[in-house]
Design a protein around this ligand. Sequence first.
Ligand code: DSN
Length: 453
Amino acid sequence: MVEASVTEDSVTAITRMGTDALLEQDPELHDVLAREQRRQAGTLSLVASSSVVDPSVLVAQASAAVNVTAEGYPGRRYHAGCEVVDDIERLAVTRALRLFGASYANVQPHSATTANYAVLAALLRPGEVLLGMKLAEGGHLTHGSPAAYAGQYYRAIGYGLDASGRIDYDQVSELAHAHGPKVIVCGATAYSRVVDFARFRAIADEVGAYLLADISHIAGLVAAGLHPSPIDHAHITTACTHKQLFGPRGGLILSGRDHDLPAPRGSGTLASFLQRTIFPFYQGAPALNVIAAKARTFAAAATPEFNETAHRILGFASSLADSLALRGYDIVSGGTENHTVLVDLRNLGITGLVAELALEECGIVVNKNRVPDDTTPALVGAGIRLGSNGAACRGMSEADAQQCADLVDTVLRAIEPVGPREYLLDPQVCADVRSQVASLCAKYPLPGYPTEL
Ligand code: DSN
């Protein structure tokens, strides 16, 4: 039995006792968790949706707040015993409002997918029209993909990119006028240019649609003021907290100047509608431990250190895109204005899957991705998506991005494709790149994580 030390505070004690108990009672699971930590420390993650969560966020998420069942909202719960967790949720809401300059925040969604679906399910009846970005051109499953709930329960219309690889706003306008959507979704998962939220809102107003901005991928840049904010353009903004905010896996709903519009189809305001939308309409009890971790995340995202990281996110991605372009790579849209670099590999004759596998063999983690006019299956992809969140969080600079581009280039050019999924790779190239990746990772350890593993 692991005992608490009298000199420790309760949070420190439970964290230590928990890890000691895990080691003692379940060494098998402890070993896998330790292995995963070592894998992250020793590999270069260029996954655009990846994150490095600060240990203080991990501790908040592992806190005893998880034990509380608290359906409802602070001060209006359906269970007793919520006095303290109410303070946790109020703290998270206050910090979210301040961080994004919003007038309304709901920190209960379990993910951005949940947040998006809750909002869509509340605003749309099955069969009504939803206009969102096509998954294959950079959108998200929840924005209306035929593979997902949104694409199957609503009449989902998709917009895409123009010839320059930017959102085709004229097409958005034409489709909106032709189909009269009730909701227009903007925001993307594989798009490297600034989103013109004001233009989306103008189109939404012309056709009487609600505008939903999903900023999951760019929430950190928005919070840092390095990407225009949708808060006062969109009626409703959603985000996840685990990508560019470096927080726990979870979702967030925000609203700005429109929060006190009359509620759709009923009484109250848009804000009270959104409260009812998450609970009781779509979710049950919230995860208060995750909300505690969100509170920690929002505070950290308001610091000058976070702002420096956000600047590095932009600098690293831009330098990576430029360096790869100089080496002959076809960068979708020709560059980047955020953290994402989408590389079309068709001119190299290798698939995204083969590139992903070969890079991972060499210690570089990316994800295969479809690119505009891609005819490959989603699990193959004609390109790869790179991102700078992880590297920037580790402190890597624009010069490091050039070295990363060199490493990626070295691996990709050494690939001998054998099929869409199979390839050969010179073991010496692999060993050389792995060794350079190990040096980079040692130079830039995961911030706040132990270096001796
Ligand atoms: N939305 C997916 C991505 O961007 O990778 C998963 O988070």
